[in-house]
Design a protein. Structure first.
Length: 118
């Protein structure tokens, strides 16, 4: 009997209009500040790893053949490794930019939430 009541309430909650609370708005702002840095880091990291892999394939002559392809493979591999190495510092820089951009709004909203809780 109690399980039926809980199930009925959970179904009813799905159809009731949701109130956007300040906590939900704070979470959205936090994600909005962090998401561009994460997207950049994943994209840049994947691209750098693929470039490294292509360089390895060329240098081991899995694809292509001859000395020019070997040299091209080494160059591409070094560029890919350099990209992998600078990915995390670039991520931190972009994350700081995103946090700086939304810092005022997030701090103000957090103050409102903490004052309302008192």
């Amino acid at each position: 009997m109690n399980a039926d009541k809980i199930y009925a309430e959970s179904i009813a909650n799905e159809y009731t209009p949701k109130d956007t609370s300040k906590v939900v708005a704070l979470k959205k702002l936090d994600r909005k500040a962090k998401r561009p840095a994460e997207i950049f880091a994943y994209s840049f990291g994947i691209g750098s790893a693929l470039l490294t892999g292509i360089g390895m394939c060329l240098s081991m002559q899995v694809i292509g053949s001859g000395y020019p392809m070997f040299v091209l493979g080494v160059i591409l591999g070094i560029i890919g490794i350099a990209g992998i190495c600078i990915n995390y510092p670039l991520y931190l820089k972009k994350l700081k930019q995103g946090k700086d951009k939304y810092a005022f709004e997030i701090v103000e909203l957090a103050k409102e939430i903490s004052e309302a809780a008192e």
